[in-house]
Design a binder for this molecule. Structure first.
Ligand code: TRP
Length: 446
């Protein structure tokens, strides 16, 4: 019953779509404030080490599973490991629902902030006023949900278009636009008077602020940023033709992802220092601190609109990739039409987004063990489900399927990959140990 599977139209399209998945709110919203809280460049160096070892290994592992089977995560695990392994893919599909439901809430805020910036509603350098504005907006019942719904509709519209005419075509336009916007904003930020304090903060590593928690945050951030652990890379890999050089493509994608994260830090932190604000402002850095920066700049309103557009674009190509595995599963495994599957999955995510959004307002007191509904989804996805998904992929390839995986990654021995054994051992031992430490710390420590 397997209809001919759609494939990426070109290597460029594949790389833009996959980099589009990786580059998202994780890079532009989350990375700068996490780096700001963890001592700047010391954190960045650790992050690079994690990404270039475990990160790259796991991205390649997922892509191999996808391309070898030409299936969605559930079908891929079932085809190679038998029915007992299908749950590993199922976990990924489930994780997608959880992540997308809170991702669209924050993505909706970025859409709203484009409107606020354009309407000149944030023209003040007073952090207290901007903080109140952020609080007032996010605690409303309907406005943030409406924004999330608009964002979900944009995501669904792209996914419903299919792999080539939807995802690939959108990524080929949106990603280059993102790079241009980002470079323009970095240029603006580092040339602000006083930006050198921020550059110094970013370029002189302060290892005194590094401890085990820093390493664990870096690992969790790497997973989220590289879209590892829920089968996105399996699904995107399943649309690959046989002859693509997976290691080389992975390296390009990972370097783009890291590059954008570092550039985002270079865009945000020098500007924050230049106007004398606090770099460790946490999640509010983007929505509270940056508008104060824009308000103090000539043409700041324009830069503000560009910045939040950049954020929305990054979020859009990522949200598309979180939605796609569920759709691929419904289409491949159950023969459901793509349009129908997209509609149903999007509505389910929106339904789950309601309590996530209300966690900042009417439901802010509805907590369990100190966490709101939003916090729980975020915590479960990032600290439990994604690591577990990564662990299953690593163990499956490392212990059950290492021979064929080696052959497949090297395109049946036609690529010379001297590090193949190191890759397998990293998946067998390294990744499970690192992941177990992460989950242990998250569940016990916090
Ligand atoms: N990587 C994206 C970001 O940095 C988010 C994302 C997309 C993601 N697909 C994912 C996270 C799959 C985890 C799993 O914002």
């Amino acid at each position: 019953m397997l209809a001919a599977r759609e494939h990426w139209g070109s290597r460029f399209g594949f790389i833009m779509a996959t980099a589009g998945s990786a580059i998202g709110l994780g890079n532009i919203w989350r990375f700068p404030y996490i780096a700001g809280e963890n001592g700047g460049s010391a954190f960045i160096l650790i992050y690079l080490a994690v990404v270039l070892s475990f990160g790259i290994s796991l991205v390649m592992a997922e892509m191999v599973l996808g391309r070898a089977t030409q299936r969605n995560p559930v079908g891929a695990f079932r085809a190679l490991g038998g029915p007992r392994w299908a749950f590993a893919g199922g976990l990924g599909v489930l994780t997608g629902f959880v992540i997308l439901s809170f991702y669209v809430v924050v993505a909706g805020w970025t859409l709203a902030y484009i409107v606020f910036m354009a309407g000149n509603e944030l023209a003040t350098t007073e952090s207290a006023v901007l903080g109140a504005h952020f609080g007032n907006f996010t605690s409303q019942t309907f406005a943030p949900l409406l924004a999330a719904a608009v964002f979900m509709a944009m995501t669904a519209w792209i996914v419903a278009g299919g792999v080539g005419k939807g995802i690939e075509r959108a990524s080929k336009v949106l990603m280059p636009l993102l790079f241009v916007l980002l470079l323009a904003l970095v240029a603006r930020s580092v040339t602000m008077p006083g930006a050198d304090a921020g550059l110094a903060f970013l370029l002189t590593p302060d290892f005194s602020r590094v401890d085990m928690n820093t390493v664990i945050s870096a690992t969790a951030q790497a997973f989220f940023s590289l879209s590892i652990g829920m089968g996105v890379m399996i699904t995107y890999g399943s649309y690959l033709q046989r002859d693509v050089n997976i290691p080389r493509s992975t390296l390009i994608i990972v370097l783009l992802d890291v590059g954008v994260a570092v550039l985002a830090a270079l865009m945000v932190l020098p500007a924050v220092f230049a106007v004398g604000l606090d770099p460790s402002a946490g999640p509010g850095l983007t929505f509270i601190t940056l508008p104060a920066v824009f308000a103090s700049l000539p043409f700041g309103q324009v830069f503000g609109v560009l910045f939040f557009s950049l954020l929305a674009i990054a979020a859009l190509t990522s949200a598309v990739s979180i939605l796609e595995p569920m759709i691929a599963w419904a289409v491949d495994e159950h023969g459901i039409r793509r349009g129908v599957a997209t509609l149903v999955a999007s509505l389910v995510c929106l339904l789950l987004a309601i309590p996530a959004s209300l966690s900042f307002g009417p439901l802010s007191d509805a907590t369990l063990a100190g966490r709101t509904f939003f916090d729980w989804m975020d915590f479960l996805a990032n600290n439990v489900m994604l690591p577990l998904g990564g662990l299953l992929v690593a163990s499956f390839i490392g212990w059950r399927w290492s021979g064929p995986a080696r052959a497949h990654l090297s395109n049946d021995g036609t690529l010379c990959l001297p590090w193949l054994s190191a890759w397998i051992w990293l998946l067998r031992i390294g990744a499970p140990v690192a992941i177990a430490a992460l989950v242990w710390q998250a569940v016990g420590g916090s």
